[in-house]
Write a protein that binds this ligand. Structure first.
Ligand code: GDP
Ligand code: MG
Length: 508
């Protein structure tokens, strides 16, 4: 049976951080292994640094030993832990096992008598530690092995995990090859860390910390532009199979206009589109990209919230987010949540990021998001963005890459369920071809020579299609427009219709 500590998560964390970001493994517990010094020394020798914790009625006291019991004379850090405060005083130097020697009363500043369940402090130590008596009686005593949270073994495990995530993301092919790159929309309150997330992803694939997107520059977020970011893999020209779309932040009064959201989702806004706070959004296509294709639309939405403020989202903001969620559910867009700023939560250190979902303050925030906004716990991913670091850290990279991988999965779910007929592709091509529209018809489909289930043949020199009547309307898949192949093709340029199980060789 596993022996459990009496320390609460918060107490353990506080001690871990206090003694230099250590991880504790419980070695000995007097109430289980016996109140015997011999037994304690037998179990706890040759274990490296240890922390001894004594539980009295109303406080926790103890000793941190930086060296092994078997070694020479050393100083010991004795501490008293009351409520949230740790008071420490150094005692010694002496041989560490002497701490448990009953016969040294008066010779040492502090000693622990297991059999009698008492701990002794001389007057000086008592005063330094703010205690009111020289003897404390206790109920239990525990000894922990203390290891660095991020030791070499863990670091090499993290590096391996990072490499496998990088490999999975680089080799990702969107579902059915329906598009070449999936578009992930980052949506969330001003200051949540959307732009920082893009910068962090870019940094990881660049191999060093970089900042392309402007971060935290405009607290109102009102002058922001819509940005669609391609990300290069390393320094070569290959771009990765996803595009991060960074929006103006949501806010109670100003910020992103809710009416813009369907346009963003359908892919009407070009890169650098200036959000129009005057609501002069032109009807139809106007300023927006002519006719969005399946590749232009959003395939996954990542809501971004800061872990240290998600609990305080206003009622208006919560309602806004719920409205957007309803819109997404209506249009079958799969969405996830990114919880940023996790590094700023109380007691969380870099080492905790290894097992971040087990940390109590993180769990509390996950539950708050779930309760307040209704997102499933399994759809919430925790990250710490690169904001002040100079160098990449595998532990941060792994969190960001894991979240990104989940977003690609979500995009695949969307593509898998996206009804092909909804793209309007096959139907429209047939309709136009059969309607006999000629001259400057919207798509110049008079240039189609023939259509079968797999190919559309065009006459030489067909112009790229510019306009689509009725836009914004049904989305046309990328293959129908075939800009490049039509203009540069031979007498009978042809392209494949977008069958779900086919991979289209089309350059963006
Ligand atoms: N400590 C910490 N700061 C962050 C994190 N993400 C963003 N920030 C900071 O939060 C502020 C707002 O970030 P920004 O990316 O501009 O938010 P946006 O408005 O959602 O694009 C900036 O000062 C960032 O440096 C994070 O994960 N941890
Ligand atoms: Mg931003």
């Amino acid at each position: 049976m596993e022996v459990a500590t009496r320390l609460t998560w918060m107490q353990e964390k506080k001690l871990q951080n206090y003694f230099g970001e250590k991880q504790f493994s419980l070695l000995y517990k007097a109430s289980v292994h016996g109140f015997s010094t011999d037994r304690l020394l037998q179990i706890c020798s040759n274990q490296g640094p240890t922390l001894t914790v004594i539980y009295s009625e109303d406080q926790i006291v103890g000793a941190y030993m930086q060296k092994d019991y078997g070694e020479g004379n050393y100083l010991i850090a004795v501490f008293v832990f009351q409520e949230t405060t740790i008071t420490e005083c150094k005692v010694g130097p002496f041989k560490l096992p002497m701490l448990f020697d009953k016969n040294v009363d008066g010779n040492l500043e502090v000693s622990i008598h297991l059999k009698e369940k008492t701990m002794y402090f001389n007057k000086k130590a008592m005063e330094k530690l703010g205690l009111s008596q020289i003897y404390i009686s206790f109920q239990d005593c525990e000894v922990f092995r203390c290891e660095d949270l991020l030791d070499e073994r863990k670091m090499s495990g993290l590096t391996e995990l990072k490499e496998s995530l990088l490999c999975a993301i680089r080799n990702y092919i969107p579902y059915g090859g329906l598009v070449h790159k999936v578009r992930i929309l980052l949506l969330g309150p001003v200051g949540a860390g959307k732009s920082s997330f893009f910068n962090s992803v870019r940094s990881i694939f660049r191999g060093h910390v970089t900042n392309q997107a402007l971060v935290g520059s405009d607290p109102t977020g009102t002058s922001e532009k819509y940005r669609t970011y391609f990300i290069k893999d390393g320094k070569d020209n290959n771009t990765l199979p996803f595009i991060l779309c960074d929006t103006m932040g949501l806010s109670e009064k100003e910020g992103l206009d809710m009416d813009d959201i369907p346009y963003i989702l359908e892919g009407h806004f070009p890169d650098k589109y200036q959000f129009n706070s005057l609501k002069l959004r032109p009807k139809g296509i106007g300023n927006h990209t002519g006719c969005p294709l399946l590749k232009d639309r959003i395939h996954c939405v990542a809501f971004v919230f800061s872990a240290n403020s998600v609990g305080q989202l206003s009622h208006e903001m919560v309602e806004k987010i719920k409205r957007i969620r309803r819109e997404l559910i209506k249009s079958d867009v799969v969405h996830v949540v990114l919880l940023t700023h996790v590094d700023t939560l109380d007691l969380i250190t870099k080492g905790d990021l290894i097992d971040v979902y087990k940390c109590v303050p993180v769990k509390l925030q996950l539950e708050a998001v779930h309760r307040k906004l209704g997102f499933a716990l399994s759809d919430i991913f925790v990250v710490s963005n690169y904001t002040s670091e100079w160098e990449l850290e595998p532990v941060i990279d792994v969190l960001i890459l894991s979240a990104l991988k989940e977003m690609l999965r979500a995009a695949d779910d969307f593509l898998e369920n996206f009804p092909l007929e909804k793209t309007g592709a096959c139907q429209e091509v047939h309709e136009y071809a059969n309607s006999g529209e000629s001259g400057d018809s919207a798509f110049g489909l008079r240039h189609i020579l023939s259509i079968d289930n797999e190919h559309i043949r065009f006459t030489k020199g067909t112009k790229p299609m510019k306009k689509h009547k009725g836009c914004p309307g049904p989305i046309v898949t990328e293959s129908v427009l075939v800009k490049q192949s039509v203009t540069s093709g031979g007498p009978d340029s042809f392209m494949k219709l977008p069958m779900k199980d086919q991979t289209l060789n089309h350059e963006d």
